[in-house]
Unconditional design. Sequence first.
Length: 169
Amino acid sequence: MKKVLFTLLLAIAAAGANAQTADAEKVRELVNLIQSSKIMDKMMQYMEDEFRKNVPGLDSTFYVEMRQLSKEMDLEGRLAPLYAKYYTNDEISQLVAFYKTPLGKKMIAVLPDLTMESTQIGQKWGQELGEELYRRFLERKAKKEDEEGQETIVAPPPPPPPAPRKENK
């Protein structure tokens, strides 16, 4: 989930950067249009929820520092060179124009929730895939050992990862 969220942030926050080939003012306009700060806030809330769930005992100062430090470390600025790598000034202008349309505005509005929900579906799919592959491996191993007359010791599958938490809309 964190990798997907990071990828989403990368795609969105990097819009603030294309200093080499895209006009800096246009890129800033794009960043404002796609509301990358709201998506970063959502990611930080997810991380905070995960910490609270998985690392009990962290004090409230930890969470204040986490948010403050995340702003100070300027992820958008660090990702900026990616837009210079992948988009021209003309393409940035086209993206700005798109995000000003009704469909572009809708995409901006639903993208964070769509990403979170599809990440949850992907996590469940990955867990099911892993469990099924492990089950098949154990069956093959047991069959092979049975054919060779060896004792089969079947280990239980690894525990599943924690269930993703549903975001409130």
